[in-house]
Design a protein around this ligand. Structure first.
Ligand code: ATP
Ligand code: MG
Length: 346
């Protein structure tokens, strides 16, 4: 079997659970595992298994993860496992994937196809350069606005993680005004409510101005990449259909770091077959502070109640870490150790 061939090509022998995950046929699959238990190994081997044993073309598999480093690692492993000549793999970060889609379809959604992607420094600069466009009162910074601008950018980014557009935010802020009328009889409550309404309206307006500035400058931020792709798929069903057809299998490594908007993207692309494999490691949620969290996995279980669940327990990496640590520790016993004696007294 192909898998055995894979195992003989310089890769690790898979344990039983890993094998089950690699060769799981169709439908949603949730791999729950701790650090160093072989999540990336399984995802990479599964991609190769799909290609070599199931005649799935490389371009029919979409494999996503969160950081550039993780995406590179996955691509490298798949590359090593595949025989020569397999190209056009869609292994990348969520953001690069969305960028690739948007570069092809910018025009379908009213974006310039030469859009610039802004990093945080550039976002900061854009706001600073146009600071007078932000009609700030509650949030007017007293001194140097740098920290304040950073907080604002973070807030907009959080909104984008949850696919909240400026118009949604403004609508929400408008709605709060109605609440104020209801509160009229309670004067004390009205005052604090008014302040709160003012604050929220101001930030909603600032978000709107920021988004305008991006558009005026043919610029997108990272959150936009995902949200415009979602918008594209929502408003251009024929384009969504094309990609749905293309991606027969979707695999996500480090699913715990996926935010709401990214997960939405996966659900869109995966339906109705839902050949979606996710690896989940709760202990490593480095992006928890950005709206990604354990709730993803709860949601996944809810969305795909029939999902197969495989738990990987055996930790291979730590074992080596501990061995290394222990090894370094026992070096302190030199020259009383046999190894040292053998090496130095020949
Ligand atoms: N069945 C196995 N036998 C021996 N070594 C293995 C096995 N599975 C994985 N490994 C090795 O264990 C290490 C960790 O594997 P891998 O990177 O796939 O785990 P991970 O769960 O993705 O780790 P991380 O939590 O760091 O993302 C790698 O060096 C890999 O080659
Ligand atoms: Mg990994």
């Amino acid at each position: 079997m192909q898998l055995l061939r894979l195992q003989n090509s310089g890769t690790v022998p898979l344990n039983e659970e890993q094998k089950n995950a690699v060769t799981y046929k169709n439908g949603p699959l949730l791999i729950i595992a701790g650090a160093g238990t072989g999540k990336t190994t399984v995802i990479a081997t599964r991609i190769v298994w799909l290609i070599l044993s199931n005649q799935i073309k490389p371009e029919e598999i979409l494999a996503l993860t969160f950081t550039d480093k993780a995406a590179e690692e996955m691509e490298e492993r798949v590359d090593r496992l595949l025989p020569y000549g397999y190209v056009d793999l869609w292994i990348s970060t969520f953001h690069s994937f969305a960028e690739r889609i948007l570069k092809q379809h910018a025009i379908d959604i009213g974006l310039p196809d030469n859009f610039k992607l802004l990093n945080q420094t550039e976002q900061n600069f854009l706001i600073r350069r146009n600071f007078d466009r932000f009609n700030l009162d509650y949030y007017r910074p007293l001194g140097n606005p740098t920290k304040f601008i950073q907080a604002m950018i973070k807030h907009f980014s959080r909104a984008k993680d949850e696919e909240i557009w400026p118009e949604d935010y403004l609508e929400y802020a408008e709605g709060l005004k109605l609440d104020r009328d209801i509160e009229m009889s309670n004067v004390k409550c009205q005052i604090s409510n008014e302040n709160e309404i003012k604050r929220i309206n101001e930030i909603a307006n600032a978000y709107h101005v920021y988004q305008q500035l991006l558009l005026e400058n043919s610029a997108l931020d990272f959150g936009d990449l995902i949200n415009y792709t979602l918008k594209l798929f929502r408003t251009r069903p024929q384009i969504l259909e094309k990609y749905k057809k293309q991606f027969k299998y979707i695999l996500i490594d480090e699913f715990q770091d996926t935010n709401w908007a990214q997960y939405e993207l996966i659900k869109f692309l995966g339906a109705p077959k839902n050949n979606i494999t996710v690896s989940f490691d709760d202990d490593q949620s480095i992006y928890k502070f950005r709206g990604a969290s354990v709730s993803n996995v709860m949601q996944f279980k809810k969305d795909y109640s029939k999902a197969k669940q495989i738990v990987l327990i055996k930790n291979y990496r730590s074992k080596q870490n501990i061995l290394d640590l222990a090894y370094n520790f026992i070096q302190k016993n030199n020259p009383n150790r046999l190894e040292w004696q053998l090496k130095n007294n020949q």
